[in-house]
Design a protein around this ligand. Structure first.
Ligand SMILES: Cc1cc2nc3c(=O)[nH]c(=O)nc-3n(C[C@H](O)[C@H](O)[C@H](O)COP(=O)(O)O)c2cc1C
Length: 183
């Protein structure tokens, strides 16, 4: 599969079959994430995979909310991956007018996309999850309170279903040599 086809085919999968995901496939997705770039090569991510009951069920309780009807699909995900944010392991340096932000969240976003694209290549489905009870998940997985947990990923074999890819047209997002005056 060429890269653009892979990128176009990846979509948020919110319905999985009961087929378990092999540890080899999980490790391959994690390897793609491990190889992702990061600011100053800090590699601020750690990945905690949950693929065993009864822990999985308990984590699923924290990634879904019946009352709000939010992320209920995570209860059918055979694998949930928690992307821990380790923070920046160095003192910020003075760069004058050159900005130097805390990039850990964008670093982790990049690692997660690599994870998801690798899953797509393996025929697996993923959905990035931003809405979940981070404190509850951290407690269950033994992640220290001071570490960040902004995003998780649901992973599994996709159940058959319709796929919609809604995106702004290219002319709305790509500009050459300056931001257009009419935007
Ligand atoms: C940072 C982030 C957080 C997200 N959180 C959720 C979420 O909590 N629940 C959910 O169903 N989808 C979540 N998504 C998936 C987006 O809704 C989805 O990527 C977007 O609608 C585009 O659709 P596509 O992934 O199928 O191309 C999240 C995506 C990102 C990048």
């Amino acid at each position: 599969m060429d890269f653009l086809t892979l990128a176009a085919n990846r979509h948020s999968c919110r319905s999985f079959t009961e087929e378990p995901v092999s540890r080899a496939d999980i490790a391959r997705c994690a390897e793609a994430a491990r190889l992702a770039p990061s600011a100053r090569n800090t590699q601020p991510w750690r990945i905690v995979i949950v693929d065993e009951q009864p822990l999985l069920g308990k984590v699923q309780e924290q990634t879904s909310d019946e009352e709000l009807h939010l992320n209920l699909f995570t209860k059918g995900a055979p694998v949930l991956a928690a992307f821990v944010n380790e923070g920046i392991p160095y003192e910020p340096v003075d760069r004058g007018k050159m900005k130097g932000d805390n990039y850990t969240k964008s670093d982790i976003g990049g690692a997660i996309l690599s994870f998801c694209l690798q899953a797509e290549e393996l025929g697996l489905g993923t959905c990035i999850i931003g809405s979940f009870c981070a404190d509850g998940v951290k407690k269950l997985l033994g992640i220290p309170a001071e570490k960040g947990l902004d995003l998780m990923v649901a992973l599994g074999h996709p159940a058959p279903g319709e796929v919609k890819k809604l995106r702004r047209p290219a002319e709305d997002v790509l500009f050459y040599n300056g931001y257009p005056a009419d935007k």
